[in-house]
Design a protein around this ligand. Structure first.
Ligand code: ADP
Length: 222
């Protein structure tokens, strides 16, 4: 199976004024298409940073990140956005739904960005898949945390991503809702072959993925 993601000698340094913080140092790993993987490690160890680099939300300071054979390092903002729209789904810990749009409209955004047709009915189908067909006209503040997370899942699924990144996808959810969200994620992996990359503190969830990467002191082991 081909690699969908490949990192070589990746480092990330945050700079503010004269201060430099090296968060990631010489990270190397690759992920086969269709695999499931968790990134675990202490708080502040760089997990979210690493996920952002892999997903094309940010760029490495040095080293190479390749997604689907495309080297992300040298792409400009527009090119990165294009790669994300084509291949990547992303689920944020705090959902990041647009507050002025309804659940349905939030799911329609990526479809609109891709210039697709029948976006309303497709967005409805996606909301139905996450069990929220009845809540399409609700605004994010009118939904529970679990419902908002399921809307963000529907949004992430909407462009049929080849790879889905999820940052603490069950972090703010009760046990029952966590289970529902987990099932949606793993079903997507099984049914559509979507590569799944999770950042999580939840070791039970991490154990359900095929592989676990541990990050500590800017380095990866495992
Ligand atoms: P984790 O997800 O493991 O908790 P993060 O990747 O969020 O870790 O953060 C790693 C370190 O980088 C932390 O010390 C954090 O304060 C710092 N950091 C994260 N984002 C930025 C940023 N945009 N600018 C400066 N420092 C940052």
């Amino acid at each position: 199976m081909a690699n969908i993601l490949q990192l070589e000698h990746v480092a990330k340094v945050y700079r503010s004024g004269n201060r430099e913080l090296k968060v990631l140092d010489d990270i190397n790993f690759s992920v086969e298409a269709g695999a499931t993987l968790s990134i675990v490690g202490p708080s502040g160890s760089g997990k979210t940073t690493l996920l952002g680099l892999c997903a094309g939300l940010d760029r490495a300071t040095s080293g190479s990140v390749e997604l689907n054979g495309i080297r992300l390092n040298n792409l400009n903002e527009d090119q990165l956005a294009d790669v994300r729209n084509r291949y990547v789904g992303f689920i944020f810990q705090n959902f990041q739904l647009l507050p002025t749009l309804t659940a349905l409209e939030n799911v329609m955004v990526p479809l609109e960005l891709r210039g697709e047709k029948n976006i309303k009915s497709r967005a409805m189908d996606l909301l139905d898949k996450v069990g929220l067909a009845e809540r399409g006209h609700h605004y994010p503040t009118q939904l529970s945390g679990g419902e908002q997370q399921r809307v963000s899942l529907a949004r992430a699924f909407s462009n049929q991503p080849q790879i889905l990144f999820a940052d603490e996808p069950t972090g703010n959810l009760d046990a029952e809702t966590s289970e529902k969200v987990e099932k949606l994620l793993f079903d997507l992996n099984k049914e559509a072959g979507t590569t799944l990359i999770l950042v999580t503190h939840n070791l039970e969830l991490a154990a359900k993925t095929q592989r676990i990467i541990r990050i500590k002191g800017g380095k990866v082991n495992g």
